[in-house]
Design a protein around this ligand. Structure first.
Ligand SMILES: NC(=O)c1ccc[n+]([C@@H]2O[C@H](COP(=O)([O-])OP(=O)(O)OC[C@H]3O[C@@H](n4cnc5c(N)ncnc54)[C@H](OP(=O)(O)O)[C@@H]3O)[C@@H](O)[C@H]2O)c1
Length: 288
């Protein structure tokens, strides 16, 4: 039986893997938090992983505070770049494979058609640049590895846009939401499920880089409106331009990811984001 280690296990995506892997009998799974395994510390990471002897590490650890990263580039780089370099170094020593995650924020948003895996990158923000540098570090690995870029991840876990908007709408708060950034929302549970399935049939490492998102594109405003409709909320939502927000990191206006590569490898079609969102809201209603 293969041993999986999920790093950053207490984050949003880490918890999606925990949800998906509950009851799984194909893998022995260990969930490592930042406290057990701080990826920016090479020695501690080596010791931790040496004890666990993983076959595959699924790296959900990241510095994800997009706005805060502008003022704290070193902190972001310590996790998103050095953390990946360290993981690669330990992988070379112990021989495990790495599944890593990245973001649509590696693109500048100037394209008007979906970005596939071969599209040129140009990050606009510190966060995006550190994630891009992390990808470069990963691709140097000589053990099997792959990176999956996704966009606008939501789930019942951790902090995310869907949970924030739902909470505000349930408390009748008036909302202002930007309507000039477009992408494909990604249900974290769909992402984790697909990764597990493709690891089980040994096809995930066919390519070093994939894009993954639910199908259909929308704006943050469109996403908020769908949540309001599902909740039957009448709280007002005002559409605003990104330019009216102060002190935020620049974000791509258009970062729609093309996901055909992973769909072909996995022989599936992405489901529409609205259906995934409905599942997420249902799970939230049951648990919150
Ligand atoms: N969220 C999105 O919308 C989105 C979109 C596209 C791509 N992604 C990518 O998807 C991946 C997962 O994101 P997420 O939403 O799950 O992020 P998240 O909720 O912020 O989780 C990241 C986890 O990493 C942990 N961590 C931070 N520094 C660490 C370190 N030095 N060593 C080990 N763990 C550390 C964090 O712990 P603390 O909280 O204690 O710091 C947190 O538990 C990331 O690679 C991210 O770039 C996310």
């Amino acid at each position: 039986m293969k041993t999986l280690v999920i790093t950053g296990a207490q984050g949003q995506l880490g918890q999606c893997f925990r949800h998906v892997l509950a009851g799984n009998t194909k893998f022995k799974v260990h969930y490592s938090t930042k406290l057990d395994c701080d990826l920016s510390q090479l020695e501690a990471t080596t010791k931790h992983l040496q004890a666990l002897q993983p076959d595959i590490v699924i790296n959900c650890a990241a510095y994800t505070q997009v706005d805060a990263a502008e003022a704290n580039p070193q902190q972001a780089a310590n996790v998103n770049v050095l953390g990946v370099e360290n993981l690669v170094q330990v992988a070379e020593k112990l021989g495990f494979s790495i599944v890593h995650f990245s973001t649509d924020y590696v693109f500048d948003g100037k394209q008007t058609t979906p970005y596939d895996e071969t599209a040129p990158t140009r990050a606009l923000s510190v966060y995006g640049q550190t994630k891009l540098n992390g990808e470069t570090a990963l691709f140097k690995a000589t053990t099997p590895h792959c990176c999956i870029r996704s966009s606008w991840v939501f789930s019942p876990f951790g902090k995310n846009f869907v949970k924030t908007i739902r909470h505000k709408l349930l408390h009748q708060e008036a909302l202002q939401v930007v309507n000039d950034q477009y992408a494909r929302p990604t249900y974290g549970i769909d992402l984790a499920q697909k990764v597990v399935q493709l690891l089980q049939n040994n096809s995930l490492m066919t390519h070093p880089l994939y894009h993954f998102a639910n199908s259909g594109e929308t704006s943050w405003f469109g996403l908020a409106q769908h949540i309001a409709t599902k909740l039957g909320s009448e709280a007002p939502i005002t559409a605003i331009p990104t330019s009216s927000l102060k002190n935020t990191a620049p974000r791509p206006k258009y970062s729609v990811l093309a996901t055909e590569r992973i769909e072909k490898i996995g022989n599936f079609s992405q489901r529409v984001w609205e259906a995934a969102l409905d599942d997420c809201l249902k799970l939230l209603d049951e648990t919150h």
